[in-house]
Design a protein around this ligand. Structure first.
Ligand code: CFM
Length: 547
């Protein structure tokens, strides 16, 4: 039945049926990536390991994580893809992170820059072409800074992008950041996040100081927020209304210099833990800014986040404004939310997205009466499932060791404690400082958590659990819709949004209610409804039984 919760033993059967489809070795592997939530049992989740060749995964590559996710959204840099045009195209325009042009500044988000490597470059080397591309980009666009992202062939043929960058930086006098984020560098885009984080802390953050006289009160950085569908703008609208100054967002709608100034803030709040936790940790060690986990998705999550922030600053006016804004904003959307809730109540959802959204959206779905019966990440690590407490126990494999683990030290000149150490210790007891508890803890009992979900599993799980909503990626969206189930592409919001904050919540509720109730689904026939159903009759002494 659509929307009904399935019993645990039935769920076990569904999972067994899926695993049965695999050869023994694959089955053993996949089994470790699937768990059924049971509050009485702590189960280890296998994550951040290689996808088995041949399996249709939804994951992306290290280049996508570095250029496409973390570095790409910086608006006033020219981002050059050193590689084949296909890699550049993949991260161009179809992207959904929005950015505005500041007065007197530039915005290159709509451009795609690439060295367009050809066979001859692979044979004879592509570094000259790269040097030429940098020169042309500077002559034509005169950007404040440039990034170079390496794709697979660059690593294979051994182009020294760092030498090219260094030389060009000297010649042209602007920062040129080279990222060795070849697609194959890790098991997923997660490796690219790490590579991007390393370079930003080594070469950008901390390079521009805000003079003390210009320092504002209640200054924060938002980390791990990429302004998909304008989310950051909605979050910023609320924060400004309360009285915060957002110094830097990493990296949605950010300018290069914003990131260079990040060390001047009082607090780092972390939305997407997976993509930016390295920077959050390193900024704390180097500059003394503490970080706290937040969630801007859903009314309760947003309100709690704002209250947590107010507690950190412990200012009477700020706390009072926080409450006023929460009331104002919730009141404004109350009626509409109620209406959409009445349309979605009792329906179920499946979420399979990246490394954070499959968790962040569960609260908002619950607010419109929908329970998440299956959730998983494409590339989350064990800590994104089980919480940061497991970090010391994560076995580092060769793939993880492949990514440089940099160590930063206290910057003696720029380090300063944002509050007395005792106060921070006290706050840590009640607020999520340096803490992320992961996805599993928030799931209901007898729901499925699944890592690196593939297409076979998607189809079989949908067929068995029949959700009304599937939060998907790029590759699985239309397969799901062809099954007659509403699917929202959670990486771009299908160009809707914003979904964060209060106004975002109502946008999401509206889209979900409309998506579920569109008559379009009655025109599709799910594959299982096309399968022939065997019918027969048994005659027993004149009584007909139909089976
Ligand atoms: Fe973080 Fe992101 Fe995500 Fe992510 Fe991504 Fe993304 Fe995502 Mo697509 S940084 S983990 S690598 S919130 S691009 S903006 S939507 S898979 S859940």
């Amino acid at each position: 039945m659509k929307g009904e919760m399935v019993m645990k033993k039935d769920l076990d059967k569904v999972i067994d049926k899926i695993l049965d489809k695999y050869p023994a070795k694959v089955m053993k592997n996949r089994k470790e990536h699937i768990l059924i939530k049971d509050a009485n049992e702590d189960k280890e989740m296998s994550a951040n390991t290689r996808t088995i060749p041949g399996i249709i995964t939804n994951r992306g590559c290290a280049y996508a994580g570095c250029k496409g996710v973390v570095i790409g959204p910086i608006v006033d840099m020219v981002h050059i893809t050193h590689g084949p045009v296909g890699c550049a195209y993949y991260t161009w325009a179809t992207r959904r992170n929005k950015g505005k042009t500041r007065e007197g500044s530039q915005n290159f988000l709509n451009y795609s820059f690439t060295t367009d490597m050809q066979e001859s470059d692979i044979v004879f080397g592509g570094d000259k072409k790269l040097a030429q591309a940098i020169k042309e980009a500077i002559e034509i666009f005169n950007p404040k800074a440039i990034s170079i992202a390496a794709t697979c062939p660059v690593g294979l043929i051994g182009d020294d992008i760092h030498a090219v960058a260094k030389k060009a930086q000297k010649e042209f006098g602007i920062p040129i950041l080279a990222f060795s984020c070849e697609g194959y560098k890790g098991v997923s885009q997660s490796a690219g996040h790490h590579i991007a984080n390393n370079k930003l802390i080594q070469e950008v953050i901390g390079t521009i100081d805000i003079p003390e006289a210009d320092q504002k009160q209640f200054t924060i950085n938002i980390l791990g927020e990429y302004n998909i569908g304008g989310d950051e703008w909605e979050i910023r609208r609320i924060l400004n209304k309360i009285g915060y100054t957002v110094n830097t967002t990493m990296t949605g709608d950010a300018e290069y210099e914003d990131i260079a100034k990040a060390h001047n803030s009082d607090l780092n709040i972390v939305q997407c833990h997976r993509s930016i936790n390295y920077i959050a940790d390193m900024i704390e060690i180097k500059y003394g800014i503490p970080w706290m986990k937040v969630n801007f998705i859903g009314i309760d999550n947003m309100s709690n986040t704002l209250r947590h922030m107010a507690k950190v600053f412990d200012d009477e006016g700020l706390t009072a404004r926080t409450e006023t804004v929460i009331i104002e904003e919730t009141e404004a959307i109350k009626e509409e939310m109620k209406r959409y809730k009445s349309m979605c109540e009792g329906k179920t959802a499946m979420l399979f997205v990246g490394g954070s959204r499959a968790h962040h959206y569960q609260g908002l779905l619950r607010e419109i009466g929908m329970e998440t019966i299956m959730a998983g990440y494409e590339f989350g690590h064990r800590d994104d499932y089980e919480g940061r407490d497991v970090i010391p126990y994560i076995k580092l494999d060769a793939d993880t060791r492949n990514i440089e683990e940099i160590k930063v030290a206290k910057d003696e000149k720029k380090y300063r404690l944002r509050m007395p150490a005792e106060k921070l210790e006290q706050l840590k007891k009640e607020l999520p400082f340096n803490e992320y508890q992961g996805l599993v803890v928030d799931m209901q009992d007898k729901t499925v958590v699944i890592d690196d979900l593939n297409h076979l599993e998607t189809e079989m799980l949908i067929k068995a659990l029949k959700p009304s909503f599937f939060g998907s990626g790029v590759k699985d969206k239309y397969i799901v819709q062809k099954m007659g189930i509403y699917s929202k592409q959670m990486h771009s919001y299908d160009y809707s949004g914003p979904y964060a904050g209060f106004r975002g919540a109502v946008n999401f509720a509206r889209d979900t209610a409309a998506g579920i109730h569109t008559p379009a689904w009655s025109y599709t026939i799910a594959p299982w409804n096309k399968e022939p159903i065997l019918k027969g009759k048994i005659e027993t002494e004149g009584v007909e039984e139909v089976c």
